[in-house]
Design a protein around this ligand. Structure first.
Ligand code: NAD
Length: 463
């Protein structure tokens, strides 16, 4: 099949690469010429500046120029195309609704070009991979009709990948959801996804465009609600009731097959580009239908509160004074195996620390130091000048008074030894991910340990 992928961000680039791996002829288009130049170079360093996903660069290197092509000229690509996947950003507006400015601009441009194509006898499907409000495929159809595009269909084909494991998930998704109005369009998309149709494990779900759009929102808000349940209920039980062990509580509860293990690990909130904006958008969409959204609002609020409350606990429970202190913040991206800083908990953590008057923040992430620099741009906020970036956790911890673990990078599991080797008590370890299994060791040596889901472990000298 000849495929165009419109928008080469996390979703578009992974989709383009994996489709090319399956032997489709894939043309990836973006209006950001620098991105396209970087991806066309086939060089790991250049590709990973934009999208750093395990396994992705290898696929691009293998298929580039054979099945995978990058371009900034959409007009030259359209003839003979079977399907166009729209993978555009859909950020939130201040009121929570979805901002369709990028989507609409791209769709209008695509419509203009599609209307002028020569190969009108060939049916073309425009499929939304972006997460868009229920009814947007219909809106896309109207845009195409306004431009008098002929012989086309619209589809909703939501993306469910999780960053950090995106390539594996695109190769072996749990499900592929395809919403169309016409059998001819289902047929085209079945050929695109032929490896998944009739698969023994992967569910290939064909439905209406509106249902497909709704599936994406319900799935994402369900996931965030489950995470918020554990943070808002499980973690609080562990923090307030003496002698409750959160890890045993979690295991006891999730041993029931009906209750998911995924999402039960308490944390300083879930970040990433999607959860927050998708739940805000669904709240907005439901309110417009006069539906009460209290449950979704609570999920959202718990998640936001969770990102910073450990800093308040450090003050009230541990008596720690942040003013003029140096604090190491470890784990800047929203999770391990990615350099994506969008809505990362570390942003709220760092802003909160700066608000408490810290002298310096020593930041470290194995992949995201550079993308963090762009987020904490001192020209936007002079306080960001207090942030310094280090190549290792050890270097960040040196000469600090406290550290905050804000993501789940595996290397943080060995932090107790790094702490012991690098700084002396009094010292406070704040663990937003419960990453330090042997915290008893450091507590017995005089370090304080404050983790989500547990009461403060006072250093032994104070016990
Ligand atoms: N990132 C995820 O984990 C994830 C997962 C599932 C769904 N989604 C959804 O997929 C969509 C895309 O997300 P993303 O993370 O890939 O976004 P992104 O910001 O990483 O990428 C979007 C790309 O679109 C390009 N673009 C913007 N306007 C354009 C235009 N007019 N013409 C051509 N290209 C244009 C940008 O340059 C960028 O490369 C969003 O709706 C998001 O909610 C994201």
């Amino acid at each position: 099949m000849k495929i165009i992928v419109l928008g080469t961000g996390y979703v578009g680039l992974v989709h383009a690469a994996v489709c090319s791996e399956y032997g489709h002829e894939v043309y990836a288009y973006d209006n950001d010429a620098k991105k396209i130049a970087a991806f066309s170079s086939g060089q790991s360093e250049q590709i990973e500046t934009y999208v750093n996903e395990p396994g992705l660069t290898n696929i691009i290197k293998e298929t580039l120029g054979k099945y995978l092509f990058f371009s900034t000229d959409l007009k030259s690509l359209i003839e003979g195309t079977d399907a166009v996947f729209l993978c555009l950003p859909t950020p939130p507006n201040l009121n929570g609704s979805t901002n369709l400015v990028f989507y609409d601009a791209a769709a209008e441009y695509l419509a203009e070009i599609a209307a002028a194509r020569q190969s009108k006898d060939k049916r073309i499907v425009f499929a939304n991979k972006s997460t868009v409000p229920i009814g947007t495929a219909r809106h896309l159809q109207e845009i195409m009709n306004t431009h008098k595009v002929e012989n086309f269909g619209v589809a909703s084909n939501p993306e469910f990948l999780a960053e950090g494991t995106a390539v594996n998930q695109a190769r072996k998704p749990d499900r592929v959801v395809v919403g169309c109005d016409h059998e001819a369009d289902f047929r085209i998309l079945r050929r695109v996804y032929s490896q998944f149709v009739n698969h023994v494990r992967i569910k290939y779900i064909e439905t209406t465009p509106e249902t497909a759009e709704a599936i994406k929102y319900v799935a994402n808000t369900m996931l965030l609600t489950y995470i918020s349940f554990w943070n808002g209920v499980g973690a609080k039980i562990g923090e307030k009731f003496p002698n409750v062990r959160i890890d045993d509580l979690r295991m006891g509860v999730t041993s029931d097959d009906r209750i998911s293990k995924w999402g039960s690990f308490v944390s300083n909130g879930a970040g990433g580009s999607c959860f927050g904006k998708d739940i805000a958008s669904l709240i907005y969409q439901l309110r417009n239908m006069n539906v009460s959204t209290k449950m979704l609002e609570a999920s959202y609020e718990v998640n936001e509160y969770q990102k910073v409350y450990l800093i308040e606990r450090a003050v009230t429970e541990c008596g720690f004074k942040f003013n003029n202190k140096t604090v190491a913040v470890l784990g800047l991206a929203f999770k391990k195996h990615t350099n994506d800083m969008r809505d990362a908990s570390s942003i709220k953590v760092i802003e909160s620390l700066l608000g408490k008057g810290v002298a310096k923040i020593k930041a470290y992430d194995p992949l995201a130091n550079e993308s963090a620099r762009a987020v904490f741009d001192p020209s936007k906020n002079i306080l960001f000048e207090k942030i310094e970036y280090y190549p290792t956790a050890k270097a960040a911890i040196e000469d600090s008074h406290a550290l905050f673990v804000s993501s789940d990078c595996e290397e943080f599991r060995g932090l107790s030894r790094t702490v012991e080797d690098t700084v002396s008590p009094p010292y406070l370890v704040i663990d937003g991910r419960r990453m330090i299994p042997d915290f008893d060791d450091i507590v017995s040596k005089g370090y304080g340990y404050l983790a989500v889901g547990s009461m403060f472990m006072k250093p032994d000298a104070e016990n």
